[in-house]
Design a protein around this ligand. Sequence first.
Ligand SMILES: Nc1ncnc2c1ncn2[C@@H]1O[C@H](COP(=O)(O)OP(=O)(O)O)[C@@H](O)[C@H]1O
Ligand SMILES: [Mg+2]
Length: 225
Amino acid sequence: MAEVILMGKDLVKQYVRGKREVINALNHVDCEFERGKLYMIMGPSGSGKSTLLNVLSGLDKPTEGKVIFEDEDISQWDEERLAEFRRKNVGFVFQSWELIPTMTALENVEAPLYPLKMKSREIRSQAISLIKQVGLYERMDHFPTELSGGEQQRIAIARALISKPKVIFADEPTGNLDEDAGQSILRLLKSVTRRGTTVIVATHNTGLRSFADVIYKMQNGRLSG
Ligand SMILES: Nc1ncnc2c1ncn2[C@@H]1O[C@H](COP(=O)(O)OP(=O)(O)O)[C@@H](O)[C@H]1O
Ligand SMILES: [Mg+2]
């Protein structure tokens, strides 16, 4: 039976702009995410996609409602506990991939493991195996500026994977890429689901929908299946 790993329950997120204007970025959103599936949250710019990802991933707190991760409500946890939660369970891929420019591709992938008490040989072998998986073995000693946008995004995905997250959040991961590079990023994210990782992609690019196992549509802070 399919296992639900993450749930949003009656999520409301309000932003106050100026003195009076209240923006309902999330307007009573319910959603469920199962292990090993790729979810796509589609909707126009400003519809609340990033807000939803931020709330589900513990980067931000909902105004109302719950975020249930593996049967625990994380929505009211303090920042320290949330940081630990993110480090253990969550990987992020953003539109601007923000690799560290002074590190090679390989070192960028390794970096999340540097603070842990792991042997550098072990870190290296894990990083190399991920770099192979994203198809950049020949380029692992290159610096980010020597890689194309699509290649940089592949490295960012390998970096997100190295801590073996249960859920990957990808916010407009193809935003800066051309059509072909965007498709190959989605193919890669889809391949990650085979190891049981849940992938949640926010995008306004309707050309990517064929990669989704489940599509949610977002409009004015409301979500529909
Ligand atoms: N920090 C913020 N302060 C005020 N309003 C915000 C903030 N972040 C997002 N918003 C507003 O919330 C709505 C949803 O934004 P967002 O989640 O970024 O949408 P999307 O990712 O779909 O483009 C928009 O109206 C946006 O202007
Ligand atoms: Mg956004």
